[in-house]
Design a binder for this molecule. Structure first.
Ligand code: KG4
Ligand code: ZN
Length: 341
């Protein structure tokens, strides 16, 4: 089955062609980062308008790269939520229009299920069951995964998502959007141990997270340094490292608890923050305690992309699931409500 996947939930237009027999044939992405950077964050209306401009040229591009024509496509998968309503509607209308024109089914995919399944596109995919740590700009969740659509939420952020904490902290420190890669870059030059920040909610039982206090703690430290006349690049790097280490260690502590609680020794990390090298290394060290393994996608499939949507949609289509012709999106959508396949 040849599936065209479309991703438009936020500030990236992602398109991919996935073949259930041959795997991923082609994928293309247009990132709107430069468009939103001047505003310090995503402007929803600009995002929607840009998705409209990019979608059809990207579809032509992946068809060309894969050496396929529209008539060979068996189904269209698109991100139906969660995300920005206008941006989602661009992908949903485009998918439904193409499906109608080509006489094929369309299927709406849950964006976080797409992230969760992205490591399945790698050479050594994880086997069910496993614990998944979903860390994106909008979500921080620990999930027990027993199969596609069999998701039990173990814990989640009570305030900012991990990626959001990176982005907001970076902004407070005068860094560029998106903040995650910027903080990671500065942290590489940081002096270990110069600052040590709190590991929020690790002193009590449970698997929930809270990152908004850490953001304020980081800002206060940075401001104290500046008020004392130290706004050097080295200090900025040292603060970035302390922040990143606090997030990484907090996530690692909660993942260790989730593995103990479930008795599992496979951990999948997915979403934009799973591209973070320090997080990957810390989790790999921790999984050694369990004689287990960490799975993640290649960096470009950690952040938003069309390949994960084509793959997840294909699995649901193969199980006989698809949408009716109505165009609908779900800006807020719990993954636990998804049907099992
Ligand atoms: O999954 P994603 O592309 O979009 C959402 O679904 O939200 O995640 C984007 C988030 C942003 O907050 C970005 O700052 C963060 O992922 N991110 C990173 C890194 N690369 C992207 N955070 C930390 N380290 C990175 N290397
Ligand atoms: Zn995402």
């Amino acid at each position: 089955m040849l599936v065209l996947g479309l991703e438009t939930s936020c500030d990236e237009t992602g398109v991919a062609l996935y073949d259930s027999e041959r795997g991923l044939l082609a994928d293309a992405l247009f990132s709107q980062i430069d468009l939103h950077r001047v505003y310090g964050g995503v402007v929803p209306e600009l995002a929607s308008r840009d998705h409209v401009k990019r979608m059809l040229p990207l579809i032509r591009q992946v068809l060309g790269e894969a050496g396929r024509v529209a008539g060979q496509i068996d189904a269209v998968a698109y991100t139906a939520g969660p995300g920005l309503v206008g941006a989602l509607l661009v992908g949903a209308s485009c998918a439904q229009a193409l499906a109608l024109a080509w006489g094929v089914p369309a299927v709406g995919v849950h964006h976080m299920e797409g992230h969760l399944l992205a490591p399945m596109l790698e050479a050594q995919p994880p086997a069910f069951p496993f614990v998944a740590l979903l860390v994106s700009g909008g979500h921080t969740q620990l999930v027990r995964v027993d199969g596609i659509g069999q998701y039990a939420l173990l814990g989640e952020s009570v305030d900012d998502a991990a990626g959001e904490a990176f982005d907001k902290t970076a902004k407070l420190m005068g860094l560029r959007y998106p903040g995650g890669p910027e903080i990671a870059r500065l942290a590489e030059q940081g002096t270990p141990g110069r600052f040590v920040f709190p590991r929020p909610m690790t002193d009590r039982p449970g698997l929930d997270f809270s990152f908004s206090g850490l953001k304020t703690f980081t800002l206060n430290t940075w401001q104290q340094c500046r008020n004392g006349g130290d706004d050097s690049e080295q200090t900025r790097c040292d603060v970035a490292l302390a922040f990143q280490q606090a997030v990484v260690e907090t996530l690692t502590i909660k993942c260790r608890r989730a593995l103990r609680q479930t008795g599992l020794n496979s951990l999948v990390i997915a979403g934009g923050v799973s591209a973070n090298q320090s997080l990957r290394q810390s989790l790999e060290r921790m999984l050694a305690e369990f004689d287990g393994q960490v799975f993640y996608a290649r960096p470009r499939f950690c952040t938003d992309n069309g390949a994960m949507i084509a793959y997840a949609g294909c699995q649901r289509l193969l199980a006989g699931q698809h949408d009716g012709p109505a165009i609908g999106v779900q800006p807020r959508w719990s993954m636990e409500t998804l049907p099992a396949i």
